[in-house]
Design a binder for this molecule. Structure first.
Ligand code: 0RA
Length: 654
């Protein structure tokens, strides 16, 4: 294989079998391979792939922090579109590499290395999208400048499209150590090169939570905005932040940690008064959205430890059944973080940990930690056990209720809700369901749609407050029942993705605060009760236009539609300025569009833009929702005051 790894080179310094020329060819072939098939290395060339460039560089700095040599990272978004990642680690080594006969810094930045067991760093990631190496970032950048502060000096080297354009040069002296990487993503490779502050801030905050004491800053020189994260409590602070506004059931967070067979395990647990489960797991700082062996071990240990305590303290009598896993996770907020030398990432999105021995290791550490916590905190133990016993009862009641409705449903002629205007095709792959806010927009959508493959379900009034309602109550709500029946998958334990009647479920709400609210409600519902629907990429948000602009004269009086203020201004200037157009119509709601306009702007697959909802979007919605609807008034007031000026931003997803 042409893409020989740097590890091989670093580890085989003794026996020379190639030399300068061969390694030079490898460099060029390696860079070309990355530029030819960027998706193979960073997942995509869309916004996600673009942001991965930053994560890749930051991961290297975090590795330095995990090794104990770095406690500060600064990411700067610069006015020219470039990004700078600064750290106070050891600095990239600059000495001549014995094998390649070039400075190690140049080797690190130009040679592909397979999956990152680079210089046997203990916890470097070996799968997934992270850990591909800074050389990939270099290959995909129009230019990159690397600076290393080490051994009393500052060294610099510049690259263009991955190739060195200067040699490594000493550029001054410095007593400090660390690395600064500045790069401009290549716009001939990426669909978009605009970095999103929120996206980066979210990930950097997560890294700060996962690495206790590490200071991580984000500076946006384009806007002057800055954020700084540093958590003395680490994942304990993470759990407290997640439970903010959700009414913690016990004041102390259960924190446990341990190391066995080369795997470091850390978990923080706190229950709240709500009914949903929030368990975020990480392996080597990567969010394992699809779970995996560490999560399985955690859940098994939690179930066993809670049942043991319930028996011991008399919450379960001898003749009573054990509490189920779902019962002991009702109202649970937990972070599980594991670190291991060679993680295997599997699953559709490579976010499922596959190392089979990790399950037992996590199980042992977690079971012991929870047992100790429950013994040492009897009040917390009582609150948790009471809640789990209640959950078991409610689940049993819900099961009976479901059985009743199922029997009733079987006798009815048609199971589909009356409000649903279905499409003709039966192939879910082709079929789309529009969830439309309000009856008048629902009417336009029904008229405007392509009835062959587009179905419409209008949603009216206030959809229930899913936050406060248990699953059995949620089921009792008519709007939600119609939604569940239309989608066809069922919910909760009985959810079956194969029964989905549509592979596109499209939220179509007004571009105002109420619309954003309904969207938040629906996303929260999907997140909590139909999560695989989001994970499979079946949930979308429609993008209705904000303006309609009609040219005054000329042959072409076709109306133009603008989806933002900036686009409105651009269109008007293209048409010849404000004189050349009628007063632009600002749409306040979907209801102002007639059927044809709705079709042309928002529903026609050839002309519309749909935003795919990611799990990250849904998690964000869930958090906004908890704060807006939660039982505690304090955080809600704070949130509204803090964000009142950003309502525009709240309205955009993706
Ligand atoms: C290679 C070896 C060592 C550290 C690094 C690279 C390194 C890379 C980056 C990228 C951004 N920040 C970074 N910090 C360090 C090990 C250092 C040693 O052994 O002295």
């Amino acid at each position: 294989m042409a893409e020989k790894s740097v590890i091989d080179l670093l580890h085989s310094a003794g026996h020379d079998d190639g030399g300068y020329d061969e390694s030079q060819i490898q460099v060029l072939e390696g860079l070309e391979a990355v530029r030819r098939r960027p998706g193979m290395y960073i997942g995509s060339t869309g916004p996600q792939g673009l942001h991965h460039l930053v994560y890749e560089v930051v991961d290297n700095s975090v590795d330095e922090a995990m090794a104990g040599f770095c406690d500060h990272i600064v990411v700067t978004l610069r006015g020219d579109g470039s990004v700078r990642v600064w750290d106070n680690g050891r600095g990239i080594p600059t000495g001549i590499h014995p094998k390649v006969q070039k400075p190690t810094l140049e080797v690190v930045l130009t040679m592909l290395h397979a999956g990152g067991k680079f210089d046997s760093k203990a916890y470097k990631v070996s799968g997934g999208l992270h850990g591909v190496g800074v050389s990939v970032v270099n290959a995909l950048s129009a230019w990159l400048e690397a600076e290393s502060r080490r051994d009393g000096a500052v060294y610099r080297q510049r690259f263009e499209r991955g190739r060195p354009v200067t040699p490594l040069q000493k550029a001054g002296s410095s007593e400090a150590t660390g690395t600064t990487i500045t790069f401009l993503p290549d716009e001939s490779i990426f669909e978009t090169t605009a970095f999103d502050y929120e996206t980066l801030a979210q990930r950097l905050r997560e890294l700060a939570f996962l690495n206790r004491g590490l200071a991580v800053e984000l500076v946006d020189e384009r806007t002057g905005r800055t954020s700084k994260y540093r958590f003395e409590g680490g994942i304990v602070s993470f759990v407290q932040a997640l439970n903010k506004g959700k009414g913690p059931l016990h004041p102390q967070v259960c924190y446990l940690s341990g190391q066995r067979e080369g795997v470091a395990v850390e978990a923080a647990i706190q229950y709240n008064e709500g009914y949903s489960e929030t368990l975020y797991s990480f392996a080597n700082n990567i969010h394992t959205v699809e779970g995996g062996t560490h999560e399985t071990g955690f859940k098994m240990a939690l179930t066993r430890a809670v049942n043991d305590a319930a028996r011991r303290l008399g919450f379960l009598k001898e003749n009573q059944e054990n509490l189920g896993g779902e019962d002991v996770r009702e109202g649970l907020t937990a972070i599980l973080s594991v670190r291991l030398p060679e993680p295997q990432f599997e699953g559709q999105t490579k976010t499922k940990l596959g190392n089979s021995d990790v399950r037992a290791t996590v199980d042992t550490v977690v079971a012991e930690g929870i047992a100790t916590f429950l013994e040492e905190n009897p009040q917390a133990a009582r609150a948790i056990l009471e809640k789990a016993v209640m959950a078991a009862r409610a689940r049993e009641a819900a099961r009976r209720a479901r059985e009743l409705t199922r029997r009733k449903g079987a006798l009815e002629v048609t199971a589909l809700p009356g409000k649903l205007t279905d499409c003709q095709v039966r192939d879910p792959e082709e079929a789309e369901l529009f969830l439309v806010e309000g009856d008048s927009a629902g009417g336009s959508a029904k008229q405007g749609r392509d009835k062959r493959f587009q179905a419409v379900l209008p949603l009216r009034g206030k959809i229930l407050n899913v936050e406060k309602a248990r699953l059995d109550k949620v089921l009792g709500h008519e709007e939600i029942r119609a939604l569940i029946t239309a989608i066809g998958t069922g919910i909760g334990e009985e959810f079956d993705i194969r029964k989905a009647r549509y592979h596109r479920v499209i939220l179509m709400t007004d571009a105002d605060v109420d619309g954003a609210h309904i969207r938040t409600l629906l996303l929260t519902f999907f997140f909590r009760h139909m999560r695989p629907l989001i994970e499979h990429g079946y949930v979308y948000v429609a993008q209705p236009p904000l303006y309609r602009i009609v040219p005054k004269r000329g042959k072409d009086r076709e109306p133009r539609y603008a989806y933002s203020d900036a686009q409105r201004d651009r269109i008007i200037s293209e048409l010849g300025g404000w004189e050349a157009v009628e007063t632009p119509q600002r749409y306040k709601g979907l209801g102002e569009m007639d059927a044809e306009q709705l079709w042309a702007t928002t529903m026609d697959p050839a002309r519309r833009t749909l935003l795919a909802v990611s799990l990250q979007d849904a998690i964000a919605a869930d958090q906004i929702f908890s704060i807006l609807m939660g039982t505690e008034v304090g955080p809600r007031r704070e949130f509204i005051q803090e964000h009142a000026h950003e309502v525009q931003n709240l309205d955009t997803i993706g």
